[in-house]
Design a protein around this ligand. Structure first.
Ligand code: FE
Ligand code: FE
Length: 267
């Protein structure tokens, strides 16, 4: 499993690439719904609804198997089952001798997408994330769709800081709701801080790629950002049509899961 060559990287996350017109229509419609509906109050309500983790318990494997049935509408680059994406991400890290907790993080980083199992629409599960409760950066993907969000008419939520204080830290910011935030809360007791940042902020491209929203960040965020950036190429560029065989790698990942996580996770 190889990370794709440097010169090919520009073709990923290219939402305007003509050869992917149909995929791009799906992605565009996805972000229209996402930006329209992810209000600050929506996020607060979803946190109240899900962060008690009282729905069910599942082994990490059971969650992974469910993900096999899901195709992510927000991703212009992949129509492979999610488990293949997770194995490809983790195997690319493993091949580069990244620390084992990071390989594990690569392997599980998207299992929060089980939110779809609980009936959540994709716009409330996947896609790039952004801070709610303050002004939107124009460097978020498809920023024109924020005009459809009712928060854009709430003037107190449209100042640079909005409901936050200067340098309050991303841990205090209510990001748009989805698999990142959900999984972070599920696993925060078990993994080292850089792993938790990778999980919680891997879809926050406006921050880790565009360096926006720095006025909300504290010293810990600045310290952890390089880890999120280190994670990103594995998430993006390990996507390829070669379908890895789960049976070949299963023993290794079973051991890794057992090293860091409890047998059953609360969802
Ligand atoms: Fe993800
Ligand atoms: Fe991913």
């Amino acid at each position: 499993m190889m990370i794709v060559a440097e010169e090919k990287k520009s073709t990923y996350r290219d939402y305007a690439a003509p050869q992917r017109a149909n995929a791009v229509d799906t992605v565009r419609e996805f972000y229209r719904l996402n930006h329209q509906n992810q209000t600050h109050d929506f996020v607060l309500n979803k946190k109240a609804e899900y962060l008690g983790f009282n729905r069910t318990t599942m082994t990490p494997w059971a969650a992974l198997e469910f993900l096999n049935t899901l195709v992510d509408d927000s991703d212009p680059d992949i129509a492979l089952p999610q488990i293949d994406h997770l194995i490809q991400t983790a195997e690319a890290m493993r091949a580069n001798n990244e620390p084992d907790w990071m390989v594990l993080t690569g392997f599980i980083h998207d299992i929060g997408k089980v939110l779809c199992l609980f009936g959540e629409p994709q716009w409330a599960v996947v896609g790039d994330t952004f801070p709610t409760g303050c002004a939107y950066s124009s460097k978020n993907v498809y920023p024109e769709f924020f005009a459809l969000n009712p928060d854009s008419l709430r003037t107190t939520l449209q100042t640079l800081l909005g409901v936050y204080c200067e340098k309050c830290g991303l841990e205090n910011v209510h990001m748009s709701w989805g698999h990142d935030e959900y999984l972070y809360h599920m696993l925060k007791a078990y993994l080292p801080l850089p792993a938790l940042y990778m999980i919680r902020f891997h879809s926050f491209y406006a921050w880790h790629r565009e360096n926006e929203y720095q006025h909300l960040c504290n010293a810990q965020d600045d310290e952890m950002k390089p880890w999120v950036q280190r994670f990103n190429p594995y998430d993006l560029y390990s996507k390829n049509p070669n379908r890895p065989k789960l049976s070949d790698v299963k023993p290794y990942y079973e051991e890794l899961l057992a090293k860091y996580l409890p047998t059953e996770l609360k969802f």
